[in-house]
Design a protein around this ligand. Structure first.
Ligand code: UDP
Length: 329
């Protein structure tokens, strides 16, 4: 039986594919390569195609014995989603609907969703638990929550079982340094900070230092991409042994401010990393920290990278050796 990984050439998808292969799963990847990188996927398992294309989906489900789908293929930028909400409804919601329709037609009933902490919106308390209210403050979070709701009704109607994994801030790279984060253009904090360390940018722009936090900058819960990969594998095992759908937070349960991230990156890289302060980024909550107790108890999830410094060190190992990302691979 084969695991279909959509978006498996992207950042979190490619690390999950590597992990699944290490654990002897059979995997095929469907990716339109708009944001993903063919070089991030081992040879022979990549199909180039779009998750919204019913013919492509039919071909896959007809030709492979698919046991489960792990669905990463999506647009995932908060700021862009606010400017282009329909693009997000198209790729994320319609994409998931087509994929679930194909699964339903072909009798595939296990689904793992790449979801997000953005489903919560402004938290009422931290750490955030899965049962807390979900009121997204941007279309990205809204579209992921819409997929979670679609999954609920697909379970009720068709018996399709799912695990939705709400990630907090994914960071770091594979310990081999062979794959890592490469977004064009880059918008995430840690890769940008490391681009400053590499001399590719002059300074890091801190989006607001007047938040109600200890140093005024936003606090986030950074979780290593290989720990996210582990959680997807465990979610698959969960679906193999359980008959109920579930939502899980994935985070380390510890928050770091933007200034703390920069300070740790200075230590890891030995570079000065100058900063500037600019306006707040719309839609950014002051603090996002996960309670991952449920994933630990029910999935047996045990993050291996619990310190921010070791997370940044793996990212630095990737960026230092691949200053142009996958373009240099
Ligand atoms: N951030 C920043 N400057 C940047 C990019 C990000 O100050 O150039 C801040 C951002 O406001 C947030 C944190 O860093 O508080 C993490 O942002 P990122 O985009 O990495 O992840 P997100 O929290 O949006 O998922």
């Amino acid at each position: 039986m084969t695991i279909l990984v959509t978006g498996g050439a992207g950042y979190i998808g490619s690390h999950t594919v590597t992990d699944l292969l290490d654990y002897d799963e059979e995997v095929i990847v469907l990716d339109n390569l708009q944001k993903g990188h063919a070089q991030a996927v081992p040879p022979g398992i990549l199909m180039r195609g779009d998750v919204r294309d019913p013919e492509t989906l039919h071909e896959i489900f007809a030709n492979y014995e698919i046991e489960a789908v792990i669905h990463f293929a999506a647009d995932s930028l908060v700021g862009e989603s606010a400017q282009e909400p329909l693009k997000y409804y198209d790729n994320n919601v319609i994409g998931a609907q087509r994929l679930l329709s194909a699964m339903q037609k072909h009798g595939v009933r296990k689904f793992v969703l790449s979801s997000t902490a953005a489903a919560y919106g402004e938290p009422q308390r931290v750490p955030i638990e899965e049962s807390d209210q979900t009121v997204p403050t941007n279309p990205y979070g809204e579209t992921k929550l819409a997929i979670e709701k679609m999954l609920h009704w697909c379970d009720a109607a068709y018996g399709l079982k799912s695990v939705a994994l709400r990630y907090f801030n994914a960071a770091g790279a594979h310990p081999s340094g062979k794959i890592g984060e490469d977004h064009q253009p880059e918008s995430h904090l840690i890769p940008i900070v490391l681009q400053v360390a590499l001399g590719q940018r002059e300074a890091i722009d801190i989006f607001g230092d007047d938040y109600p936090t200890t140093d005024g900058t936003c606090i986030r819960d950074y979780i290593h991409v290989m720990d996210l990969a582990q959680a997807h594998r465990l979610a698959l095992h969960y679906l193999r042994r359980n008959n109920s759908s579930r939502v899980y937070n994935l985070g380390n349960g510890q928050g770091f401010s933007v200034k703390e991230v920069i300070a740790q990156a200075r230590e890891v890289t030995g570079q000065a990393i100058p900063w500037l302060v600019s306006a707040r980024r719309p839609g950014d909550p002051a603090v996002l920290v996960a309670s991952a107790a449920r994933a630990q108890a029910e999935l047996g999830w045990c993050p291996a990278y619990t310190g921010l410094q070791e997370i940044i060190a793996t990212a630095w190992n990737w960026h230092k050796h691949h200053p142009q990302g996958f373009a240099g691979v």
